[in-house]
Ligand binder design. Structure first.
Ligand SMILES: NC(=O)c1ccc[n+]([C@@H]2O[C@H](COP(=O)([O-])OP(=O)(O)OC[C@H]3O[C@@H](n4cnc5c(N)ncnc54)[C@H](O)[C@@H]3O)[C@@H](O)[C@H]2O)c1
Length: 421
């Protein structure tokens, strides 16, 4: 581990490669760079400290640089022990950003680093999964008086925040960036769809064509994964607990069944539910020899990894972060990325272009919080729709796409109820 006044990273010598990777990401992140250009002129974060717990990736580094361009002081740590790109963390440290993160963090280090971000006394928090906000609310509530607000990146984090709000435990406003329509479309649907397959392929290099791919959860993430796996020639099986989502999956042409049935026929299992123990030890025992299990939901709770270890008579790491567990019944289960987010543990997360729109949401949310300091309700709030639409406009501009505009006659027609057949 390399340590400095403002950092703790795996190897500071990786900074040059990290810098090049950040440049590589920037090439695909024109929408966010447009926001950065404006921030450079307007300095919306002058005198504001922003503390982040986000996956420390090349794309997050572009967000950090955008916030710095807007005048913010930054402290950042990861939000998952396996998702940090060590070269990027080193590059941020070299640029004098406060950064504490390495890939493969122990639980102790994970929480020590979160506390370093908290000790930096942020005025705005950016979270992915709500660990930073929870830590502040439960152990450092005296700091809340200086916090303007926060922004949350993912579904699981928003679920936790809504539970806090319901318990009257939430003490500052938080923008649910996850709920932006631009975020859901690009990140949960297209991003998770592609990068989950990417992680499984990098880990295993298996053929998807002809395989039975069982996807637990048919939310935006599950739909995206199903779409991509289908495109590669797999047979898709969906498991769900929500009747409407299950119906959608059925009508989209997929087999829908209970996990205890799917367990017997699946070749590859992917969980994207945000729930706990969706694949239990009893399911693992039913699986075919060499079945692959992977999780792309936020926490490592979706597959009972501890249960898998218990029912295995032996295990070995056959490739980096690819473990083979041999059960008492002689069958082997292949678990990817310690059952943590497979797209970040075995691949590089979402494509940069996807993160450009997600992080436009983060950057504009921080600006919205700063501009409306003290005026927002202490709730989980949505980014105003016009800002969400602005993100779509920026991304269309990045893609070189122009669209029509309503003319006066159409505007009037769409607002009136008098004109009929
Ligand atoms: N890998 C990534 O990069 C990435 C990106 C975005 C979101 N996420 C995470 O992925 C998870 C899913 O996100 P989403 O936006 O699709 O959520 P969502 O809430 O829209 O969908 C989740 C679906 O899972 C279903 N479900 C819940 N428990 C289940 C169970 N026991 N069995 C089967 N289905 C069950 C729900 O009914 C729901 O339809 C969350 O944890 C989110 O934070 C990961």
């Amino acid at each position: 581990m390399d340590k400095g006044k403002n950092y703790e990273v795996k190897d500071i010598k990786l900074a040059e490669q990290g810098r090049k990777n950040i440049e590589w990401a920037e090439m695909q992140m024109s929408a966010l760079l447009k926001v950065k250009e404006r921030f450079e002129k307007e300095k919306p974060f002058k005198g504001i400290k922003i503390g982040l717990a986000l996956h420390v990736t090349k794309e997050t580094a572009v967000l950090v640089k955008t916030l710095v361009a807007g005048g913010a002081e930054i402290a950042i740590t990861g939000c998952n022990p396996l998702s940090t790109q060590d070269d990027v963390a080193a590059a941020l440290a070299k640029e004098d950003i406060n950064v504490w993160a390495y890939k493969g963090e122990t639980k102790e280090d994970y929480y020590r680093y979160l506390n370093n971000v908290i000790n930096f006394k942020p005025n705005i928090t950016i979270d992915d999964g709500c660990d930073l906000v929870t830590e502040i609310h439960t152990k450092h509530s005296h700091l809340i008086q200086n916090i303007i607000g926060g922004a949350e990146e993912t579904t699981t984090g928003v679920i936790r925040l809504r539970a806090m709000e319901k318990d009257n435990a939430l003490k500052y406003p938080i923008v649910a960036v996850n709920d932006n329509k631009t975020k859901h479309l690009l990140d949960n649907y297209y991003g998770t769809g592609q990068s989950t397959i990417d992680g499984i392929l990098r880990g295993t290099s298996i053929l998807f064509a002809g395989k039975n791919v069982v996807i637990a959860g048919y939310g935006d993430c599950g739909k995206g994964v199903a779409l991509r796996a289908k495109g590669m020639g797999s047979n898709i099986i969906i498991t769900e607990v929500d009747a409407f989502r299950a119906l959608q999956a059925k009508l989209d042409g997929f087999l829908v069944m209970r996990m205890k049935e799917a367990a017997k026929i699946g070749d590859i299992f992917i969980t994207v539910t945000g729930d706990k123990h969706v694949i239990k030890a009893e399911h693992l025992k039913l699986m075919k020899d060499k079945a692959i299990v992977a999780n792309s939901g936020h926490f490592d709770a979706e597959i009972d990894y501890a249960g898998l270890k218990k029912i295995a008579k032996s295990s070995r790491e056959i490739r980096a972060l690819v473990e083979e567990f041999t059960l008492e019944n002689g069958k082997r289960i292949i678990a990817l990325g310690n059952c943590r987010l497979v797209n970040l543990s075995l691949a590089e997360g979402h494509p940069s272009e996807v993160m450009s729109t997600s992080f436009c949401g983060q950057a504009l949310s921080c600006e919205y919080l700063a501009k409306n300091k003290g005026k927002l309700p202490i709730k989980v709030i949505a980014l105003p729709e016009e800002l969400d639409n602005e993100i779509a406009r920026l991304q269309l501009e990045a893609l070189g796409v122009e669209i029509d505009k309503l003319d006066k006659e159409q505007e009037t027609y769409l607002k009136s109820w008098k004109e009929g057949t």
